[in-house]
Design a protein around this ligand. Structure first.
Ligand code: NAP
Ligand code: MG
Length: 455
């Protein structure tokens, strides 16, 4: 008997598709095929590999509206965001399509011979993807991995398999061999675990919760398997008294409520200098109440539903009777896993509302006294993914950027993701970097060869 999984539209609670779950045995067979396909794939001439990736990018571009609509249906993303996400896959593919011809080694002078350093592909790479950004996060793994000459097995989240399945079809139509890029919808505990334990998978790229990331890292230790981890965040949005407060307040909702707060980079802790706290809250309230929540397929919608019934229950559990809610926007009643944008004022940074990655549309606002206090509060967390700093003082912007223990800082902005710059976390937010030139190093192994020329 084959198990299937009902794919649900989180905006309507309707079943939209049914996907067959890949078993452990099928995963092993897929990994074996990927390993068998590796020597031929790494031997493809760099220019030809580049051409295949560009054709894949073009196929994504031609299918962009369809991919975006699928994500609206499966993940409840707003149509505007979903189009950006499909476009990001195309751009990431184009960016890494430039890599095969430029992935060069080095020649280092040595006495008595010639010394060569090669950037070798690893073999089979296993990519494990979460449900919050199914398309971009998949491509941040598969595009550089394929460009560097690896073969890829990819597991989408059980809740959101549809776009990954479509991306594999597009890759194969573009001429990338089926065994070189395989998408395996299934359970983390089955398919994902085989990526960790199977000796022919040489690297695991995981994005998801810190809790599961720790298990993956521990599992990989057994074979000293390479691992890249992109985990959670509880990111500070630091607003200094000298900032353009109107701009900071207007941008704050987007910084946290985008994708209904289901974003590892969500700026879910707003730290505001005491002297402007009241004024900032006055400005923030209408901005939050103005967030348009509803049908994600509607072009005007700014925030869609949460991903699932279970996830909404988890988010809701953070707001028991008497929770310190400052103000709350509106959301539809249902059906659909709706939750209103909510601003809370917990007592301190270690309050669960200010410390836990809630992964929903709840933002904590906390006052700070001075710059040192702001830095201490921003760093008083196990996470370290991203942060924003709002100030007009250039010196302060740089001082605070250097002092905050996070991988991605933005000044007077919440922008964290550009496909050509590195992305990743400090501390328990992850290990390694994705995107930009850094990701290529994460998909290659350095080999050094010495040739004696003295006879
Ligand atoms: P998760 O459990 O960490 O899942 C992420 C991915 O890992 C999914 O594909 C999942 O598969 C797979 N997985 C789960 N357990 C596994 C295991 N033991 N071995 C190998 N793979 C495994 O995340 P979630 O349950 O979807 O979300 C829980 C919380 O994680 C969220 O509320 C949020 O706080 C955080 N989160 C963070 C990010 C981020 O971008 N940093 C993304 C998503 C979630 P299945 O789901 O198909 O079983
Ligand atoms: Mg989970």
């Amino acid at each position: 008997m084959t198990a299937t999984f009902d794919v649900i539209n989180p905006a309507t609670e309707q079943v939209v598709d049914s996907v067959r779950l890949v078993t452990a045995e099928e995963t092993d067979a897929a990994i074996a095929r990927a390993a068998k396909a590796f020597p031929a794939w790494r031997a493809v001439a760099p220019g030809d590999r580049a051409r295949l990736l560009r054709r894949f990018a073009d196929a994504v571009d031609a299918d962009l509206e369809n991919l975006a609509r699928l994500e609206v249906l499966n993940a409840g993303h707003t149509i505007g965001n979903a189009r950006w996400e499909a476009g990001n896959v195309r751009d990431v593919l184009h960016y890494y399509a430039a890599a095969p011809e430029r992935l060069t080694g080095r020649q280092i002078p040595v006495p008595g011979g010639v010394d060569l350093t090669f950037a070798e592909p690893l073999g089979v790479v296993g990519v494990i993807v979460p449900w919050n950004f199914p398309m971009p996060i998949a491509s941040w793994g598969f595009a550089p991995a394929l460009a560097a000459g690896n073969t890829v097995v990819l597991k989408p989240a059980e809740l959101t398999p549809l776009t990954a399945v479509r991306l594999a079809e597009l890759a194969h139509q573009a001429g990338i061999p089926e065994d070189v890029f395989q998408v395996l919808p299934g359970k983390g505990s089955v398919v994902g675990q085989r990526f960790v334990t199977h000796p022919l998978v040489r690297k695991v790229v995981f994005t998801g919760s810190t809790e599961v990331g720790k298990q993956i890292m521990a599992g990989c230790a057994d074979q000293v398997k390479r691992v890249t981890l992109e985990l959670g965040g509880k990111n500070a949005n630091i607003v200094f008294a000298d900032a353009d407060l109107e701009k900071a307040a207007a941008a704050a909702p987007y910084g946290v409520f985008d994708n209904a707060g289901q974003d590892c980079c969500a700026r879910s802790r707003i730290l505001v200098q005491k002297s402007v706290y009241d004024r900032f809250m006055e400005l923030l309230e209408p901005a939050v109440l103005g967030v348009v929540v509803g049908d994600p397929g509607d072009e005007k919608t700014e925030m869609g539903p949460l991903i699932s019934h279970g996830h909404r229950a988890k988010v809701r559990s953070y707001l028991p009777e008497g929770a310190p809610i400052a103000f709350q926007g509106k959301a539809p009643d249902g059906p659909g896993y709706w939750f209103p944008p909510t601003v809370v004022t917990p007592s301190g940074v270690r309050d669960p509302l200010a410390a836990d990655e809630i992964f929903g549309p709840i933002v904590a606002v906390l006052p700070f006294a001075d710059e040192a206090d702001a830095i201490a509060m921003a760093n008083d967390t196990d996470y370290g993914l991203s942060a924003s700093i709002w100030t007009r003082d250039v010196g302060r912007a740089l001082r605070v950027s250097r002092a905050v223990e996070a991988g991605n800082l933005s000044v007077n902005s919440h922008s964290s993701v550009r496909y050509w710059t590195p992305f990743g976390g400090f501390k328990q937010s992850g290990l390694g970097r994705e995107l930009g030139p850094d990701a290529l190093a994460a998909f290659t192994e350095t080999k050094n060869v010495f040739i004696d020329t003295e006879g």
